[in-house]
Design a protein around this ligand. Structure first.
Ligand code: AMP
Length: 249
């Protein structure tokens, strides 16, 4: 069983992003970039399935600028077997990513496709769903548990007010939620080994996919500053302010 995992290079989750002065986008110049945290969980799950003898190969794919190679090397150091980099400097919308992944999947023919539930830069939460739709495959989003069987996969999903269990026919697309696992700490020897693992390059033109944008980003702004709180003297004053000033009661 081959597992394909999509990994995106995003602004590190510890970075406080700033908006560009012209409000056209967030400023990612000189900012630390890392693997999208949900994709790290996806890689970890794939590697665990391989270690448990349930998968034979883990292939990681990243689409984007040259530096995505670093993200792929991190995934290889976590235990993935080989990597595919579709290099482009164009900004990719989720639909373009889904179409490019579909083209890769058609040649790779994995049985399981693992993606993060969302990328923490665009927060789109669309790619896995679009990929499943384009490929007409079963999908299990927000997975907190995955169990591989012979010709199906059981997925426990985090939903409002509880959990849902699905049995999906393989091949299937699954997106990972936070509680699925805790990604491993990468050791130095693994980083060294990862340098020798294969990393294949592909172009958008080779894959024959139209990645032209469908959306126009009009403006990006900082959230409004929160006003400082005030201390009230007693419950009666609180009730009065909530009624007359906040007008919420
Ligand atoms: P999104 O729909 O943008 O929130 O992204 C959801 C998931 O799609 C991510 O967690 C990744 O697994 C995958 N993905 C999105 N963009 C890329 C990309 N440029 N390269 C590889 N995987 C991606």
């Amino acid at each position: 069983m081959k597992i394909l995992v999509a990994v995106k290079r995003v602004v590190d989750y510890n970075v406080k992003v700033r908006v560009k002065p012209d409000e056209s986008d967030v400023d990612i110049g000189n900012v630390k970039m890392s693997m999208n945290p949900f994709d790290e969980i996806a890689v970890e799950e794939a590697v665990r399935l391989k270690e448990a003898g349930k998968a034979t190969e883990v292939v990681v794919v990243s689409l984007g600028v040259k530096q995505c190679e670093e993200t792929l090397r991190t995934a290889l150091a976590m235990g993935a077997d080989r990597a595919i980099h579709v290099e482009t400097d164009e900004k990719l919308e989720p639909l373009a990513v889904a179409k490019l992944l579909k083209a890769v999947v058609e040649t790779e023919q994995p049985q399981l496709l693992l993606l993060g539930k969302q990328a923490i830069d665009d927060d789109a939460n669309q790619t896995a769903q679009m990929l499943a739709a384009l490929m007409q495959l079963a999908q299990g989003t927000f997975a907190s548990k995955i169990e591989l069987k012979a010709d199906e996969v059981l997925v426990t999903r985090e939903i409002d007010g509880g959990q849902e269990q699905l049995a999906l026919k393989l091949p299937a697309v699954i997106s990972t939620d936070l509680r699925l696992n805790e990604p491993r700490y990468i050791k130095l020897p693994n980083i060294m080994q990862a340098k020798k693992k294969p990393l294949e390059k592909k172009t958008v033109a080779e894959l024959g996919v139209d990645i032209s944008p469908r959306l126009v980003q009009l403006k990006v702004t900082e959230p409004a500053e929160r006003a400082a709180g005030i201390r009230v003297g007693n419950v009666a004053e609180l009730a009065d302010r909530l009624h007359h000033e906040a007008k919420v009661i």
